[in-house]
Design a protein around this ligand. Structure first.
Ligand SMILES: *Cc1c(COP(=O)(O)O)cnc(C)c1O
Length: 516
């Protein structure tokens, strides 16, 4: 494709994208295709000769689009929102037009400096402590792919920090000098003897990134119990008891995940309680997973409920996804650390061929030393475009719209005696289930599993289910209604809720008929 062909294809692509957005509401939110639908239609032989682009673009519309679930649809209420804006789409376009691996400042100076700037903005917008600013010289922020990657990154930083603490203890005990700091300075004996004693803590409500991080590091994850009475949030005394029990067995606490806005129900762990516990153990590190809810720190009125002051006081690292509710297309995970040496001392293994005079002089940041991979995408453009295009007020208006719609829905649901709200509604997330007089726990679960599978079979309704697990209320199967798409209005919520009510009435009526 030459420049003129690109110009033409580019204009045509923008037209098709615009047509997609203007027709979005007329589509069903869910794709109705069967497994294998696309593979059956495409040739398994790679093309020998190049094709003209219009034919390729036409196949995207004809073959790929039917297999797309419309996350930008105003009636998308499944999982969590994954909002993209036109500013973000354009940002991705510009950033891929100057594609580069961005690992060093000198790869393309603007890539590093724009990221520094927008992460500085995000500290201000989210109300994070100044220590998380890169300009503080101590902490800093970096944009990554996903909350999963950032959790693993934080855990690796925490592991190396814990090993350094142990190495220092080992040296002190043996009367030798303290080792110098750095990933390669931990004596092999300490690394080999201590690594397998490290334990990760979270709750049964922690996102599966906790289990996965543990799996990737080959270490145990302790999923601590929570209570429905505490709103499914983890408490400090439960953590403390678990840590003490493990220490007695010779294990070492090194990584604690505190969640602000759990995936199942939006629960906010008791961060101050957890933080006070973590502080007692020099090997322990507190990572705050606020992947979904953290963007709502942009709203001053939500900060107390979302325990921002506690996060600022106790969090060693904090992650929130701008690519969920935050108007920036996937991927844009915002990751902040209190002490960036935790990252560089774990991840800086600069070989000669990657050294530059700017980095050696300490005048620039090389983000490769803050992350797992070497190369990185130029993600800051889309974040910069979105924040400039919307302004803080535009972002706030979008977040408030989702919260207001959810609280309207919660009041409708709470007035309908057929239903029960099973966890405190949080921001844009409502967990509900059908209830039925005289039904036991198993019957209620059965009823709700059936309602969920009927809703799941419909192309025009897209909700997801979860199981809330607690010590005091057992396991509760429920349905999540997650609001936060960009174009969702009250009418969209009302229309989908009316369908839920309709299916519920039918289901209850069938049950009554069976009985009679
Ligand atoms: C969505 C979510 C994650 C996972 O986010 P990815 O960016 O997809 O890895 C982790 N934790 C919480 C609380 C989430 O809501």
């Amino acid at each position: 494709m030459d420049v003129e062909q690109f110009r033409k294809a580019g204009y045509a692509a923008i037209d098709q994208i615009c047509d997609y957005y203007t027709s979005l509401e007329q589509r069903d939110v869910k794709s109705a295709v069967k497994p294998g639908y696309l593979l059956e239609q495409l040739s398994t032989t790679p093309p020998t000769k190049g094709e003209a682009f219009p034919a390729i673009a036409a196949d995207f519309q004809k073959l790929v689009m039917p297999g797309i679930t419309h996350w930008q649809h105003p009636k998308f209420f499944a999982y969590f929102p994954s909002v993209v804006t036109f500013e973000s789409i354009l940002g991705d376009m510009y950033s891929s037009s100057v594609s580069n691996p961005g690992f060093n400042w000198s790869c393309s100076p603007a890539c590093t400096e724009l990221e520094q700037l927008v992460m500085e903005w995000m500290v201000t917008i989210l109300g994070l402590d100044d220590v998380f600013r890169t300009s503080s010289g101590k902490g800093g922020g970096i944009i990554g792919t996903s909350a999963s990657d950032m959790c693993l990154t934080a855990a690796i930083a925490a592991r190396e920090r814990a090993l350094r603490v142990l190495a220092r203890e080992h040296h002190n005990a043996n009367g030798t000098a303290t080792p110098t700091e750095g990933p390669t300075d931990i004596p092999f004996s300490v690394r080999s003897e201590s690594t397998n004693k490290l334990v990760i803590y979270g709750s049964t409500q922690t996102h599966s990134i906790g289990v996965k991080t543990a799996l990737l590091l080959g270490l145990p994850f302790r999923a601590l119990p929570v209570k429905a009475e505490d709103g499914y949030a983890l408490r400090g005394d439960v953590l403390q008891a678990a840590i003490e029990e493990d220490i007695k067995k010779g294990f070492v606490p090194f990584f604690v995940i505190g969640t602000v806005g759990t995936t199942s129900s939006g629960a906010v762990d008791y961060i101050a309680e957890i933080g006070e516990v973590v502080r007692q153990y020099p090997t322990a590190f507190l990572h705050i997973d606020a992947a979904w809810a953290g963007m709502a720190w942009a709203l001053p009125e939500q900060r107390e409920m979302l325990r921002l002051a506690e996060v600022n006081k106790y969090g060693d690292s904090v992650c929130t996804n701008a690519h969920k509710w935050g108007l920036v297309g996937f991927d844009c995970s915002l990751f902040f650390v209190r002490d960036r040496r935790d990252l560089t001392e774990a991840l800086d293994v600069t070989p000669t061929y990657l050294r530059t005079k700017e980095a050696d002089a300490g005048t620039v940041i090389d983000y490769r030393n803050w992350q797992l991979a070497l190369g990185r995408r130029f993600r800051s453009v889309k974040l910069w475009f979105v924040m400039r295009g919307y302004g803080v007020e535009g972002l706030q208006a979008h977040l408030r719209n989702g919260i207001d719609l959810c609280s309207d829905l919660a009041s409708v649901v709470s007035k309908d005696s057929k239903f029960e709200i099973v966890a405190p509604p949080r921001l844009g997330l409502l967990c509900f289930r059908l209830k039925k007089e005289g039904a036991n726990a198993a019957e209620l679960d059965g009823l709700n599993v059936e309602l969920n599978s009927r809703l799941a079979a419909r192309p025009d309704v897209h909700l997801t289910q979860t199981i809330l697990k607690s010590e005091d209320a057992g396991e509760i199967f429920c349905i999540r209604f997650a609001i936060g798409a960009l174009r969702t209005t009250k009418q969209d919520v009302d229309e989908v809720w009316a369908e839920v009510v309709k299916d519920s009435d039918t289901l209850l009526l069938e049950g009554d008929r069976l009985k009679n």
